[in-house]
Design a protein around this ligand. Sequence first.
Ligand SMILES: [Zn+2]
Length: 442
Amino acid sequence: MKLFQLFSLLFFLFLSVNAHSANSINGVRVWPAPDKTRVVFDAKSQLEYSYFTLSKPQRLVIDFKDSGNALTLKNVAKNDKRILKIRTSKPKNKSTTRVVLELAKKYQTTVFPLTPSGQYGHRLVVDFKDSATQTPIKPIKSSTDSVATKRDVIIGIDAGHGGEDPGSIGPKGTYEKKVTLLIAKKLEKLINAEKGMSAVMIRTGDYYVGLDRRTELARKKRVDFLVSIHADAFRTPQPNGASVWVVSNKRAESELSRWLDNRQRNSELLGGGGDVIKRTDDDNLALTLADMSREHSLDVSIGVSKKVLSQLKRITKLHKKQTQYKSLAVLKSSDIPSILVETGFISNHQEERNLTSSKHQVKLAKALHSGIKQYFIEHPLSGSYFAAKSNSSVNSIHIVKSGESLSLLAKRYNVSIKQLKTSNKLKSNVVRIGQKLTIPRA
Ligand SMILES: [Zn+2]
């Protein structure tokens, strides 16, 4: 090695691991999502930064003060359509690292720092968001209100975590966010292949969707039911099995009302702890004023959760045999019925293996699909394909009211009097009030 080469090598080493800098940029990640791209810079310690934009061509320039740069920026953004290139440039102040993001066009840009959490240290986050009008909502397969086309039951599939948020991490290093997306995609396929159902994916790749955005998307796409897919974790490797969760509001409400019913007695037990009870009373008032639609949506959520549990227990151990109740942010959209499925414990060695197996993922997706489908076949939504199908294939029951005759009922249900008589084993044309009649399908 020539002296010159040695010097330049030392010089570059000095540049990349700038020993005099207080801080250092030592990681960068790019997360492209359908509506935005998130770029995350990792720093050794708390960041001091400033930024500005330039146009023609569109650029965002970030100055990391008193920072060395230990990054290779080449190819970092090669899979993203919004960022053409990320490079460094020379600032006036030599202790500053200047990063330039070359952009395809102008985006709504947000820059904010994040303090350490989980596996991550100090970060700077940059979001490039498309303007609102640029994200059209895809039309949903055969979902119209016209009489001719019976609408699909629309199932929102929410793969937990994503992007910067890996979720739980298994002992072998499996990321929950990867497993949830793989199961979600398999479920999407099954649902879209089912006549009468269609799927809407809340996220389709490795990026983070905020909890508010998840419910917003579900609402926008007129989702009838939302299933959120997760994997559990515990600090010890033993716990295992799947569980299904619904919102706890109803549960909290009923427990509270039970508590209030017994408050006379409880008050005595507490030795006159009146303050606590008074406060509970206020809570109850708040809960009573809560949205009424929640009750219906909770009924559906619980109904589906039971169907899903009975399917899951055929293919995996259950951590909890009954529906679990909890207040979960992702399920808080009280007007959309929803469940959260913990598909297994990623912290358990065997289940981590299962969760990464494509075969097992298919089994899980099939269990979710059949559970949800069964519920909506048994409780068809009005106007849906399942409703139309159940009307034509299942005999319905009519209870005779005053003034109704066999001929009138035959006309109303579009069947012959003879058909009515046969299916009810009637010897005469006389029916009495309150009599249960089986109406054969037309
Ligand atoms: Zn999770």
